[in-house]
Design a protein. Sequence first.
Length: 365
Amino acid sequence: MKILNKISIGLLMITMGWPSAVRSQANEDVIKLINQRFEAVGHRLDAISKAVDDLAWYNKVGELAYIDKVFITGPPPAVVKNPTAKGAANPVRFYTYIFIPRNIDPAKKYPLLVLPHGGVHADFDTYYTHIIREMMTQQYIVVAPEYRGSTGYGQRFYELIDYGGLENEDAKASRDYVVENYEFADPKRVGIIGWSHGGMIALMNIFNYPDDYQVAFAGVPVSDLVARMGYATDSYRKLFSADYHIGKTAAENVEEYRRRSPVNHAHKLQTPLLIHTNTNDDDVYVLEVEHLIRALKAEGKKFEYEIYKDIPGGHGFDRSDTKFAKETRVKIYDFMARYLSPPRPIKNLRDIDKAAYRPLGFGTK
């Protein structure tokens, strides 16, 4: 109500003939207050959406998986406004999803996949339903971190974002939590898989922690933030230069953006890696991923990649439900299985259909 009262007073000042300087300031104050109000409403709507998704996970995957959502910790915030305040250096607390196949034998060891979601500010939502079903069918344990900056957890958590920075440590903390707390998770059979921003997190994890991952897949990965800032919109760039985030543009601090870009860490690669990109991707332009591919080749690294030519679906071409997308995921799963040896690997399109579409009557022949 206080904000609404301030807006009402400001509108009166604007409309009742106050001096122009006063009216101008009132106009700016009203716009600021309205934006704050809409932002607060937006975070509340995100929280509702997240609660709905949490229920939907059980409905969509529950017959294949035990689902848990645990509250764990990562490093302290990257940006601390008052570093002398009590608790300022406390670890960031965040949620992470855990999916465990219902048909495993707890006395045996099973491979683990770390699956960070994409988006600058997004969350692990039911967009990934079919992919989780496919992973459960292969008897992978899956951990999906809601790393700092994810939506659905309020403004404070939203503003903890550290794109290309400590979010990578949150993904690693999720990996460590599972291998430390579940005896049937094999610490010697851990992979990381992600698309877009999630692909970037996958890359940074294997670059920084090569001994902790046996294989990685990076689909349409954000690879070069400096290049990205060059073709991105102003509104996108402002997400990074916000005072609670990097705080400066790439032009003002290019080295910080380079530090957060996988392309500048190519020399660290030791982990088996598969990269996919698509020439008509209108989100992560192919030029970014080509920069990464060239950098890895220049360093003499061994890895696999495929540049797809104008495949329908653009940025999400291999995550959709099309036949081509499913065939592409078979390739991804085959690559991961070489190093993780899941008990029931997906080997063909029929296996994909059985995993994801059996409830609808598909893939049962």
